[in-house]
Design a protein around this ligand. Structure first.
Ligand code: IVH
Length: 698
C-alpha cells in the first residue's frame, strides 16, 4: 500500500500559530494541574482538561520539533506516587522477615539466642494486620504528618487522607511526648468493604477485589473526600521516633502507653514468656483468624526488651528482633460445577473451572483457569468433583486437586471438547508440541468477541466500559462485528440496551473517543495479530512510526526490526494481506484513530530508547507463560524501559510477574520478601506507568 497524500501533514517545523497555541495549551494545562493536584480543587470539568491535553498531545505528535521533556504531556497526570510529597522517616520503617512454619519460627529464635548468648524472650505476640503500613507523627500532641512506608526510608505524605480516618485522633491528651511517631496499619473492616461493594453494585459499578487493596487505593486518592467516604480504620503497633516523653524499656510498655493515649491498639497482643507460649498464641490466632471484622495474615513476634533489640540489630532490610509468622495460604474446598473452554482473540481454547462461589484468600472465587488439557489431566479434576482451591494474597486462584474420598462413583473424566463452542462448530486442534488447542475458523464469533475484548483491554486501546459482558451484548445486538465498528457506535444505540443507562452509555462513548489517541504500539497490539505481543508492537511502532508504513512493508523489512523474527514478520504480513483486515484499517482511519508512531528519539541507535524509562532502577522477575509476551519479549519490554529482569527474586525485586504455571520457588521468594505478584494486565500497567496498579492488583 502506498502513502495517501494529505493524510499526514508533513512533520516539519511548526508554523507560528501552532507555536503560539502549544505555548498557550502548556500554560493552561499547568495552571489547572496545579489547582487540581496541589490545591485539591478545580475550575474546569475533567473532560475539558482532558481535551486540552489531547490537543497538545496531537500537536506534539504532528510536529516532533516541539518535543520538550518538561511539557505537561510528559509530566502531568503522572501516577499518584509523585503527587504526594516525599517524606523521609526519622526512624526507618523496616519490613519483617517471614517464617512460614513453626520450624522456621524456632530457627529464628535459635539464631537470636545464639547472638545474645542466652534466650531473647520474653516476646510480644501481635496479630499481623493485612493492610497498609503508615507512620503518623504527633508534635506536642497534634497530628502533623502521616506518611506511607514507601521504600522504608522515604514514604509519601498522605496527611490529608489519613486525617479523615475515623479512629486516627487529631490530638492526643496532655501526656503526649513532644514528638511521637506512631506506626500502624490502615485497613478496611470486612463489613465496611462489603457495604462499599454493595453500594457499588447498586450503582452498576464493578466490585472491588479485596479489603487490603481497596484500603491501599483509598489512601492514595487525590481527593481526601473520597478517602473520607471509605470507612478506613487503623491499628497501632509500634513507636518510631519519640522525644520529650517517657523513656521506654520494653515494647510492651509502648503498647500500654499508646493505648493510654486513646490510640487504637488491638488488645489481642500477648506477652509470651518463651517460645512454647508463642506457639500457643500462633495456633490460637490461626484458629480464630476468621472471627474478626478485619483481615490478618499472620502473627508478628517481637523481642520485648529494647536492650536486647539493640543488641540483635537489623540486616539491611529487616530487624533481627522481630519476625512475621505467616499463616499458610488459605485453602478451601468447593464444588467444581463444570469445565468450560473460553476462546481467546487468537482462537486459543483455554479450559477453566466454573466453581461454586467460595470466599478464599480474601476474595470470592468462582472461576479459575486450568491452562490446558495437560494440566487438567495431571490434576485429574472432573466436573462434579469437590476440589481444593487456593488463593494466596494477590496470586491468581488455583484449583489444586480433587478430594478423591468425595468423588461420586463412576464420575467420568473430562475430555477436551472436539469443537469450538461457536455456531461454526469448527474443530479445536492441538498443533505440534503446543499444549494449547486452537480454533482456526476465520469467522469464529467467539474469536471475534475475544478480539474485540482484546482491542479494548487495558494493555491495548484501554476502552473503559468495554469488557467481556458488554462486548458480547453489543455483538448479540448486531451493533458491532469487528474492532472498527466500536467507533461507529452511537450513544442512542447503546443507551436503550439492558445494563446500560444514560450514565454508562455516556461513559462508554467518552472511553471510545479517548481511545482514538492511543499510541501506535497499542493499536498494533490491539489488532490481535498472531505472535504480535505488546513489546513487538512497540518495536514496530518505533521502527516505522506510521501504521501505513507497516501495512506496506515487505516481510523482509519487517523481519529486520530488532525483536521481530521471521515468524512474527510473516504473521504481520499475512494479517495485512487479508482484505478483511485492510477494510478494518480503513474504517479505523475514517474514525480518526491515531496511526502515527512516536517522534524519533534523540538517539536513534536502538528502538528501545524511544520508550519512557518507567522502570529505571527497577527489577522485575517474570515466571510462567504469559499470553502476550514470550520470555524474550517480556525481557525486552522491561529492558526497553530501563528496568532489569533477573532470573531470581531478591530483596531488591520490584515485582514478580506470574503467568500460567509459575515457578513455585519464585512465588515463595516473593511471599517471603514481601514482593508483589502481578498478573499480566498488572504487568502491562507497570510497563506503562512504572507503578504497581492499586489493585496490584485485585
Ligand atoms: S511491626 C520493624 N507489627 O507487616 C517492625 N508490623 O511484613 C515493623 N504489620 O510493614 C513492623 N501487623 O505493614 C508490625 N502487629 C504488627 C503488624 C505489622 C501488620 C505489617 C506492617 C509491616 C509488615 C511487615
Amino acid at each position: 500500500m502506498t502513502t495517501t497524500p494529505g493524510r499526514r501533514i508533513a512533520a516539519g517545523e511548526a508554523p507560528d500559530d501552532v507555536l503560539v497555541r502549544v505555548d498557550e495549551l502548556r500554560r493552561r494545562i499547568r495552571y489547572h494541574a496545579d489547582l487540581y493536584y496541589v490545591g485539591n480543587t478545580r475550575e474546569i470539568p475533567d473532560a475539558d482538561f482532558d481535551s486540552l491535553m489531547a490537543e497538545l498531545r496531537a500537536l506534539e505528535q504532528l510536529y516532533p520539533s516541539l518535543a520538550d521533556p518538561t511539557s505537561p504531556t510528559r509530566t502531568v497526570g503522572a501516577p499518584p506516587s509523585v503527587l504526594f510529597a516525599a517524606v523521609t522517616h526519622d526512624v526507618p520503617m523496616m519490613s519483617l522477615d517471614n517464617a512460614f512454619d513453626l520450624d522456621e519460627l524456632r530457627a529464628w529464635e535459635a539464631r537470636a539466642a545464639s547472638r545474645l548468648d542466652g534466650p531473647a524472650g520474653p516476646y510480644v505476640c501481635e496479630l499481623k494486620f493485612d493492610g497498609l503500613a503508615i507512620s503518623v507523627r504527633y508534635e506536642h500532641g497534634r497530628l502533623v504528618r502521616a506518611a506511607t512506608r514507601g521504600d522504608g526510608r522515604v514514604g509519601e505524605d498522605v496527611t490529608h487522607n489519613v486525617a479523615t480516618i475515623g479512629n486516627v485522633p487529631h490530638t492526643l491528651g496532655a501526656d503526649a511526648p513532644e514528638v511521637l511517631e506512631v506506626r500502624g496499619e490502615v485497613y478496611m473492616a470486612i463489613s465496611a468493604f462489603e457495604r462499599l461493594n454493595e453500594a457499588r453494585e447498586a450503582a452498576g459499578e464493578a466490585r472491588y477485589a479485596n479489603p487490603r487493596n481497596t484500603a491501599a487505593g483509598s489512601l492514595r486518592q487525590k481527593d481526601p473526600k473520597v478517602t473520607a467516604e471509605r470507612e478506613l480504620s487503623w491499628w497501632c503497633y509500634q513507636v518510631g521516633m519519640v522525644s520529650g516523653g517517657p523513656e521506654f524499656r520494653r515494647h510492651s510498655e509502648t503498647l500500654e502507653f499508646l493505648a493510654g493515649l486513646d490510640l487504637p491498639v488491638n488488645d489481642a497482643w500477648l506477652l509470651a514468656r518463651d517460645l512454647a507460649a508463642v506457639e500457643g498464641y500462633v495456633r490460637g490466632a490461626e484458629q480464630r483468624r476468621h472471627d474478626h471484622d478485619y483481615e490478618t495474615d499472620g502473627v508478628v513476634i517481637k523481642v520485648d526488651d529494647f536492650g536486647r533489640q539493640a543488641e540483635l540489630g537489623a540486616t539491611s532490610h529487616h530487624p533481627r528482633w522481630a519476625v512475621a509468622y505467616k499463616f499458610p495460604p488459605e485453602e478451601k474446598t468447593t464444588k467444581l460445577l463444570a469445565i468450560q473452554v473460553s476462546i481467546g482473540g487468537k482462537g486459543k481454547a483455554t479450559p477453566f473451572a466454573e466453581l461454586e462461589p467460595v470466599f478464599v484468600g480474601g476474595s470470592t472465587v468462582q472461576m479459575a483457569t486450568l491452562h490446558n488439557e495437560d494440566q487438567v489431566k495431571a490434576k485429574d479434576v472432573r466436573p462434579g468433583d469437590v476440589v481444593v482451591v487456593r488463593k494466596a494474597g494477590d496470586v491468581i486462584p488455583e484449583v489444586l486437586r480433587p478430594v478423591l474420598s468425595e468423588r461420586p462413583e463412576g464420575l467420568p473424566e473430562w475430555v477436551f471438547p472436539e469443537f469450538c463452542p461457536c455456531p461454526n462448530r469448527s474443530p479445536l486442534v492441538r498443533e505440534g508440541d503446543d499444549a494449547a488447542h486452537h480454533c482456526r475458523h476465520p469467522q469464529c464469533p467467539a474469536q471475534q468477541a475475544g478480539g474485540i475484548e482484546h482491542f479494548a483491554s487495558r494493555g491495548a486501546m484501554d476502552i473503559e466500559g468495554l469488557g467481556e459482558k458488554n462486548v458480547r451484548l453489543l455483538i448479540r445486538e448486531g451493533l458491532i462485528a469487528d474492532v472498527a465498528d466500536v467507533y461507529a457506535l452511537e450513544e442512542a444505540d447503546v443507551v436503550s440496551l439492558e445494563t446500560f443507562g444514560p450514565k454508562k452509555a455516556r461513559n462508554l462513548m467518552a472511553g471510545i473517543e479517548a481511545s482514538k489517541e492511543r499510541s501506535l504500539a497499542r493499536l498494533l497490539f490491539g489488532l490481535n495479530i498472531r505472535h504480535l505481543g505488546g513489546a513487538v508492537g512497540e518495536f514496530l511502532a518505533d521502527a516505522f512510526r506510521h501504521l501505513d508504513d507497516i501495512v506496506a512493508a515487505p516481510t523482509e523489512r519487517l523481519a529486520e526490526v530488532d525483536g521481530v523474527g521471521p515468524t512474527i514478520a510473516a504473521s504481520v504480513r499475512a494479517f495485512f494481506d487479508d482484505p478483511d483486515n485492510l477494510a478494518v484499517v480503513e474504517k479505523l482511519r475514517a474514525a480518526g484513530v491515531n496511526f502515527a508512531g512516536p517522534p524519533p528519539a534523540a538517539d536513534e541507535s536502538g528502538a528501545g530508547e524511544a520508550l519512557p524509562a518507567t522502570l529505571e532502577g527497577k527489577s522485575v522477575v517474570v515466571t510462567g507463560t504469559l499470553e502476550n509476551y514470550s520470555r524474550e519479549e517480556a525481557a525486552a519490554a522491561i529492558a526497553g524501559r530501563g528496568g532489569r529482569s533477573p532470573g531470581s527474586v531478591s530483596g531488591s525485586t520490584t515485582a514478580v510477574v506470574a503467568g500460567a504455571s509459575p515457578g513455585a520457588s519464585k512465588l515463595r521468594g516473593a511471599e517471603k520478601l514481601d514482593v508483589p505478584v502481578l498478573d499480566e494486565a498488572a504487568f502491562e500497567h507497570l510497563l506503562e506507568t512504572g507503578e504497581l496498579p492499586p489493585k496490584a492488583a485485585g
